[in-house]
Design a protein around this ligand. Structure first.
Ligand SMILES: Nc1ncnc2c1ncn2[C@@H]1O[C@H](COP(=O)(O)OP(=O)(O)OP(=O)(O)O)[C@@H](O)[C@H]1O
Ligand SMILES: [Mg+2]
Length: 246
């Protein structure tokens, strides 16, 4: 059973870049322990919405509440301290540092001593199936492992909400299954997630509900199969054959 307490609420969130409204009047509620899929064609505003929630962009209008507290316009490090973390669509591992050190960077946000930071990073590498790669430079990891490293670095900050930006993009089917298993195990530990993903088949397997953005606007929301049969969603995805979600 999911909790009925909202962990994240967006109210009328809007952002304009010059003449372009990249996110328009988006309302959204995520409940504690929920996995919400956030999908939409290229340029729909998904990454921008994550940037707004995590404090990288200030919205032109609207409010963001995390656990009932207004976090609109707060700096990213403050939002991270409160328990919200995002991963990056373009992976940014520190290539020359080892896999372990990359995760230690995340853990520095919480832990005070280096031995504790190291211990925590080691625990997270185990959880994400990267412990055997701990001492390799992160630049040497496979694409699937780099995606798991993104999740590991986020986890090291002790989040209660993770915003995942295409962590399954470009993965092989077996890597995708590994990632799905990892994300489900995080959910069972009580972590809430918003999952932005072009691999719609994977989102359908994972998410409790799906929200669809198109040109910055929310065009549908609901149970995964209902949403995918929504006429506006089908139309939005026309011409994006690579998404082939049905
Ligand atoms: N900093 C910025 N300045 C100006 N325009 C921006 C900026 N960031 C994003 N945009 C524009 O906002 C729109 C939404 O972009 P965004 O990256 O959020 O889309 P997306 O849904 O994540 O797409 P994709 O699936 O391709 O990752 C696009 O038209 C993009 O060009
Ligand atoms: Mg994006």
């Amino acid at each position: 059973m999911l909790s009925s307490a909202p962990i994240l609420e967006l109210q009328g969130v809007t952002i304009r870049f010059g003449g372009l409204t990249a996110v328009a009047q988006v309302d959204l509620t995520l409940y504690e322990g929920e996995i919400l899929g956030l999908i939409g064609p290229n340029g729909a505003g998904k990454t921008t919405l994550f940037n707004i929630i995590a404090g990288f962009h200030k919205p032109s209008k609207g409010r963001i509440l995390f656990k009932g507290r207004d976090i609109t316009g707060m700096k990213p490090h403050k939002i991270c301290k409160l328990g919200v973390v995002r991963t990056f669509q373009i992976m940014k591992p520190l290539k020359k540092l080892t896999t372990l050190e990359n995760v230690m960077v995340g853990a520095l946000a919480r832990e005070k001593t280096i031995p504790r930071v190291r211990e925590k990073a080691q625990e997270i590498l185990k959880l994400t199936g990267l412990d055997h790669k701990a001492s390799l430079p992160a630049g040497n990891l496979t694409p699937g492992e780099k995606k798991r490293l993104e999740v590991a670095r986020a986890l090291a900050t002790d989040p209660s909400l993770i915003l995942l930006d295409e962590v399954m993009g470009g993965l092989t089917p077996s890597e995708t299954q590994k990632m799905l298993k990892l994300l489900r195990s995080l959910q069972s530990q009580g972590i809430s997630m918003v999952v932005v993903e072009h691999n719609v088949k994977a989102v359908v397997q994972l998410a409790h509900r799906i929200t669809v953005l198109n040109y910055g606007k929310k065009i549908a929301e609901g149970l995964p199969h209902e949403v995918l049969n929504h006429p506006e969603v089908i139309e939005a995805y026309m011409g994006e054959e690579h998404l082939c979600f049905r």
